[in-house]
Design a protein around this ligand. Structure first.
Ligand SMILES: *Cc1c(COP(=O)(O)O)cnc(C)c1O
Length: 417
């Protein structure tokens, strides 16, 4: 108490004098933030508070899939703001019903639960899998098998599911009920299946893990194995969903139907929303009172989901992403063909990774100086996530900028030798 009191006095400091606290942000340093404040966005472009314009090839991390401030979504959300912002899920929410209906129309899912983020959607998927086995089937199944290099979120359950050590450091003890095996190692996977195994969870493109589209043959074998063993197959489409990979959901290109899949990032064009989607036979596992979210699918978020899907249906956005994606990957392969620093260009639709021979963090900041925004996926991979309406001219401009940046970086590294 005495300590807290003297801390308080220290924080007050001497009147007028700059204390440590005035220079420190009041936010936790959970992000290594770039020294750029973005204040405005339209289509593929964003502006900072100095009036600089940037070509956005990260889309808020695969979120603004229709570009910044898409007109039809903006109109619908503004209209909803005039009517009703929030109402408890204890009432009927027509916008939420419609959003769910649309999601089931563009996928193999029959029932939807709305939440506010990707991690929450994956939590809901894990809970549904456990409850289905325990309450519908009366078995003692709870364990979820996941893969190395996967990413499933930052809550305690989803970081435990994540196959990357760095997200788990300092957060022990981790919840029980998860086991991680190497990707493509079906023998290792079979070896960990036991009487308590409930589900297998994976991404179709390991996104945070380095932009690795998962092999189609492996996915099909895995789906067959799950069926044979009575395990639920959960696909995490938080980053790959909503047209990003050239289909509504990436698994639609793999010839499989998951029991459960999740979406979030691109689902509401930038408003916070997440969804857990499942097949009809899982409906009865969630009865009233078993799972809930105060904000999940509220009228404003749900109207953004509805407008996002309706716009994508009208404009055939997933198809457009497939076409632009092949154009972008082709242009990159051509422009970077003779670049020894570049190991591989890979991707699916408009999630594209450029794997390099060394760290690429410096290229990201060089990109910002040249008014092109992109991110990494692990230390050596550049990740490109343009919006799905990006034009060929914008793609050409980004490819030219990137090729010049990489050439300049390689020349600089060589002169340092
Ligand atoms: C971003 C992401 C998540 C976590 O989503 P949040 O909205 O940040 O909780 C989970 N899985 C995948 C594949 C993601 O890309």
């Amino acid at each position: 108490m005495a300590q807290a009191h003297s801390d308080y006095q220290n924080k007050q400091g001497t009147a007028g004098a700059a204390t440590d606290n005035e220079t420190k942000s009041a936010l936790f340093s959970t992000y290594a933030r770039y020294p750029i404040s973005l204040v405005k966005g339209h289509g593929s472009w964003v502006w900072d508070d100095q009036g600089n314009r940037y070509l956005d090839f990260m889309s808020g991390l695969a979120v603004t899939n229709l570009g910044h401030a898409p007109e039809k979504v903006k109109d619908k959300v503004k209209a909803q703001l005039d009517e009703l912002w929030h109402v408890s899920n204890l009432f009927q929410i027509p916008q939420q019903e419609k959003a769910a209906r649309l999601l089931t129309e563009v996928s193999c899912a029959d029932v939807v639960f709305f939440c506010n983020s990707g991690a929450e959607a994956n939590e809901a998927a894990i809970k549904l899998a456990r409850r289905y086995h325990q309450k519908v089937n009366g078995t003692d199944r709870y364990e979820v098998i996941t893969f190395e290099q996967s990413f499933h979120g930052r809550t305690l359950a989803t970081l435990t599911a994540t196959g990357q050590q760095k997200v788990k450091d300092g957060f022990l003890p981790l919840p029980a009920g998860f086991v991680t095996v190497p990707l493509y190692d079906l023998d290792a996977l079979k070896a960990v299946i036991g009487p308590n195994t409930a589900a297998v969870m994976l991404e179709m493109v390991q996104a945070e893990g380095g932009v690795y589209p998962v092999d189609r043959g492996f996915v099909q074998e895995l789906a067959a194995l799950c069926k044979a063993e009575g395990l639920l197959l959960i696909i995490d489409e938080v980053q790959t969903g909503m047209g990003r990979t050239g289909s509504w959901f990436a698994h639609q290109q793999y010839g499989i139907e998951p029991d459960i899949f999740t979406a979030a990032k691109g689902i509401a064009s930038g408003l916070p929303a997440g969804a857990m989607l499942a097949k009809e036979y899982l409906r009865e596992a969630f009865t009233p009172g078993t799972h809930a979210s105060t904000f999940g699918g509220n009228p404003v978020a749900a109207s953004a989901v509805v407008a996002t899907i309706e716009t994508m249906l009208e404009e055939n956005t997933p198809k457009r992403a497939a076409v632009t994606g092949s154009y972008l990957i082709g242009r990159l392969r051509e422009a970077l063909a003779d670049e020894p620093f570049v190991k591989e260009v890979r991707g699916l639709g408009l999630i594209i990774g450029i794997e390099c021979e060394g760290p690429v963090a410096e290229l990201v900041t060089a990109g910002q100086k040249n008014k092109l925004l992109f991110v990494t996926a692990g230390p050596n991979v550049i990740r490109l996530l343009p919006n799905l309406n990006v034009t060929r001219e914008e793609v050409d401009q980004a490819v030219d900028t990137l090729a010049a940046l990489i050439a300049a970086y390689t020349a600089k590294e060589e002169s340092n030798l």
